[in-house]
Design a protein around this ligand. Structure first.
Ligand code: 4NP
Length: 152
């Protein structure tokens, strides 16, 4: 299983999701692979936001090695599942999908947390540390369910 996590800048939400999944995959000893990307190109080549690195480090997960890149059409060929953090990301992803069949690989991350009050992972970039903690909590629920739901 190859999973791609997608947000706008690829420095806050999607690297956090990638870090959480990478940790869960390693702990379960699975052969899955992960990557993340942004629909925008503003932060290409950058490490995750310091606040994202800290929120994850507080949970003993290191994401400081990750580097931002922009989503590309070939990602729809390479990955099995492309998970958008919010509805705007999902729209932008669908717009660059190579064909109608591959569009179906793109889903909302919070589809895997149907009981959660929010359907989108809020962008924490312009807020404080509390937003990053909330993102961590939401993503952990969605990733846990994803690990259970997706065919191994
Ligand atoms: P992300 O957060 O999409 O979760 O990585 C953002 C990071 C940067 C910007 C917006 C959102 N920005 O406008 O630069």
């Amino acid at each position: 299983m190859k999973l791609l996590l997608v947000c706008l800048g690829n420095i806050c939400r999607s690297p956090m999701a990638e870090g959480i999944l990478r940790d869960m995959i390693a702990k379960e000893g699975l052969e899955w692979s992960t990557d993340s990307a942004g629909t925008g190109d503003y932060h290409v080549g950058e490490a995750p936001d310091k606040r994202a690195i800290k929120a994850m480090r507080d949970r003993d997960i290191d994401i400081s090695d990750l580097r931002a890149r922009q989503l590309r059409p070939q990602d729809f060929e390479e990955f099995d599942l492309l998970l958008a953090m919010d509805a705007s990301n999902l729209r932008n992803m669908r717009a660059i999908a190579p064909n109608a069949e591959l569009v179906g690989k793109a889903r909302l991350m919070m589809d895997f947390a149907p009981d959660h009050a929010l359907r989108e992972v809020p962008d924490p970039y312009f807020g404080g540390d509390e937003g990053f903690r909330e993102v961590y909590e939401m993503l952990t629920i969605a990733c846990r369910n994803l690990m259970k739901d997706v065919q191994r």
